[in-house]
Design a protein around this ligand. Structure first.
Ligand code: HPA
Length: 273
């Protein structure tokens, strides 16, 4: 059975409209939602097997208000396998289930002076510094995906409005994708800043490309867990990423829940992309 068949068989009448990929620190979102049902990635052929601490490996079907949602707790990163298309089956399955929107979350290092640990940034665009694409080997003309407004402006406005209502300051900026797993050099961070990056990280961009290929709308949120390399006296580590992601967990979960509940009221729909 394909992953899609398994998901459909476990919950035949569940027609989701939104999916969320939960990055470091956000794995607890399902506990705040209704009728949650988890399916381990191990049961889903082609889904990534979890290998990074802080990332679980399961898909959760759940409701936020009247909105049916798929949560992906755990993702594959380029640095785990060297393959940029490791999330291909997962994203294709979300699209086939009927999800029209994909919300991507991650942990990232901040470049802006006012974006310290615990800050939250909504993505306006990205820079792909890896030279990789999840669409390598993809046949057909559909592979030539337009990346203008890949991060849907209407969804971003919605997030900014909801955040303002809960006194969460949402920064806006460009996310630069580095392959990892080593953190960036000081020179790389300096170069990324000159080229327009506001944050650096090791995920999300391949999922954005896959989602746009599947004609899904995309929103992205970064939890800033540290100042980028060379910008503070602290040594970078994954322990710090996990610890500092927790600084923003409650606020980002609250924002995501509000966004998801609102989505069912028709606010998420708009550009028909
Ligand atoms: N760089 C890359 N990835 C990250 C960082 C960083 O500084 N912080 C959290 N994830």
């Amino acid at each position: 059975m394909t992953a899609l068949d398994v998901i459909r068989a476990r919950r035949p009448d569940f027609k989701p409209s939104v999916a969320v990929v939960l990055g470091s620190g956000l794995g607890g979102l399902a506990a705040h939602m209704d009728e949650a049902m988890a399916i381990p990635y191990a049961d889903l052929d082609g889904f990534p097997q979890p290998g990074v601490s802080g990332h679980r490996g399961q898909l959760v079907l759940a409701k936020a208000g009247d909105t049916r949602v798929v949560l992906l707790e755990g993702r594959a990163h380029l640095y785990e396998t060297g393959k940029a298309d490791a999330m291909k089956v997962a994203v294709a399955s979300l699209a086939a289930l009927g999800c029209e929107t994909l919300v991507l979350t991650n942990a990232a290092g901040g470049l802006d002076a006012d974006m310290g640990p615990g800050s939250v940034m909504v993505l306006t665009d990205h820079l792909n510094f890896t030279g990789q694409s999840p669409l390598f080997n993809e046949p057909g003309d559909e592979r030539f995906v337009d990346m203008v407004d890949a991060y849907d402006p209407e969804l971003r406005r919605r997030l900014l409005k909801l955040a303002a209502g809960m006194e969460l300051h949402l920064h806006q900026g460009v996310y630069a994708w580095f392959a990892g797993p080593q953190f960036e050099t000081v020179a790389e961070v300096r170069a990324a800043g000159i080229l327009g990056a506001n944050a650096v990280g090791m995920s999300t961009v391949p999922e954005v490309i896959l989602a746009r290929h599947a004609r899904m709308r995309v929103a992205g949120l970064s939890i800033i867990t540290n100042k980028a390399a060379g910008m503070s006296e602290f040594t970078l580590s994954h322990a710090q990423t996990k610890r500092h992601a927790a600084l923003a967990t409650d606020r980002v979960q609250q924002l995501l829940l509000a966004f998801l509940e609102d989505y069912g009221n028709g606010h998420g729909k708009g550009n028909g992309a």
